[in-house]
Design a protein around this ligand. Structure first.
Ligand SMILES: Nc1ncnc2c1ncn2[C@@H]1O[C@H](COP(=O)(O)OP(=O)(O)OP(=O)(O)O)[C@@H](O)[C@H]1O
Ligand SMILES: [Mg+2]
Length: 312
């Protein structure tokens, strides 16, 4: 499909509106602020009304989404999302309830394949291949792109077995004790459970259970970890632990996190994508860019309204 981006590039982001040059371009969507219309260092997609800030740091992309649409039967939940997911960074997906954040997240590791009637279109480039291609093994995709859910869901097994489980299924032949310890350390849980690895995972607190689920995700050595509101069921202290952990994990993994908590998005993420569904409930990308830019210099009025709490 033809790309209809109007792209303006330059090597560094403008530091102020005054610096932005004027460009002749198709008329911007009505919600776009004036500086976006004249934006240097932003990508406008007039047909979809999306604006993407330029990524100015040198960073590789873990994933490249192009025109990703998702359907449940005849209902289109997500419409032609195009954005990059930078490697070893935390990218937050934000937007009001029902705008398609979880749907989009599940597309990223083919989990939506498991929902009867669900269908995905478009292209998600992962290591040179379209991971949506039917010839790509979805089970392998899910091993390399793990998922942590909103509600901690440990298996009714010991702490040790929870972490070892996925690795065993994948035929891991290394030192399992070592893998379990390393995974629990990375998930910032080791010091709390090292003397009771045979205790049931279900006997841990909610925050510990969520870190156990993160350890379980890490144990299969994924490249990317998807997290759908991973802290929304936790108290503030446990939430901060998960946030700290996300920052640490980004040294080794690429993280995509859905959150309703704007402070959390601001604290933990490097990049932010804001999605919104209109009257017809179809979720679309409104704005994507470095979190700092999205939060301090949003180019679409709707982004500003949402992050300042003026939107549903
Ligand atoms: N399994 C499903 N079958 C049919 N429709 C679905 C299914 N899952 C989600 N939807 C619909 O797709 C749209 C997007 O849902 P999704 O769960 O992705 O939104 P969300 O942004 O994650 O919302 P929330 O913030 O409430 O979690 C909604 O209109 C929802 O009703
Ligand atoms: Mg959701």
């Amino acid at each position: 499909m033809a790309r209809n981006f109007f792209t303006v590039m330059r090597s560094s982001a403008p530091s102020s509106t005054a610096e932005r040059g004027t460009v002749t371009a198709p008329p911007p969507p009505s919600n776009m602020k004036e500086e976006a219309a004249a934006g240097v260092g932003v990508h406008l997609d007039p047909s979809l009304g999306a604006v993407r800030h330029e990524i100015t740091e040198a960073v590789e992309m873990a994933l490249e989404l192009r025109d990703v649409s998702a359907y449940y039967g005849t209902f289109q939940a997500v419409d032609r999302i195009t954005l990059p997911i930078p490697r070893n960074r935390v990218t937050a997906l934000i937007g009001p309830s029902g705008c398609g954040k979880s749907t989009l997240l599940r597309c990223l590791n083919r989990l939506n394949d498991l929902i009867p009637g669900a269908r995905i279109e478009g292209n998600i480039e992962f290591e040179g291949r379209n991971l949506l291609d039917p010839n790509v093994d979805a089970v392998d995709v899910r091993r390399r792109i793990g998922m942590v859910f909103q509600k901690p869901n440990p298996f009714p097994k010991s702490i040790y077995e929870n972490v070892a489980f996925g690795a065993r299924i994948n035929g891991y032949s290394g030192d399992m004790d070592r893998l379990v310890e390393d995974s629990l350390r990375r998930a910032a849980l080791w010091s709390e459970v090292k003397d009771e690895l045979n205790k049931s995972g279900l006997a841990l607190s909610g925050g510990q259970q969520q870190r156990l689920c993160i350890a379980r995700a890490i144990a299969v050595q994924p490249e990317i970890i998807l997290m759908d509101e991973p802290a929304s069921a936790l108290d503030p202290v446990a939430t901060l632990k998960i946030e700290d952990l996300m920052r640490e994990l980004a040294e080794h993994y690429t993280i995509v996190v859905v959150t309703h908590n704007m402070q959390q998005a601001g604290r933990v993420s490097d990049y932010t994508a804001f999605l919104l569904a209109g009257e017809e409930r179809v979720g679309r990308l409104v704005e994507f860019g470095p979190t700092q830019e999205i939060f301090t210099n949003p180019l679409d009025q709707r982004t500003e309204d949402y992050i300042t709490g003026r939107y549903g």
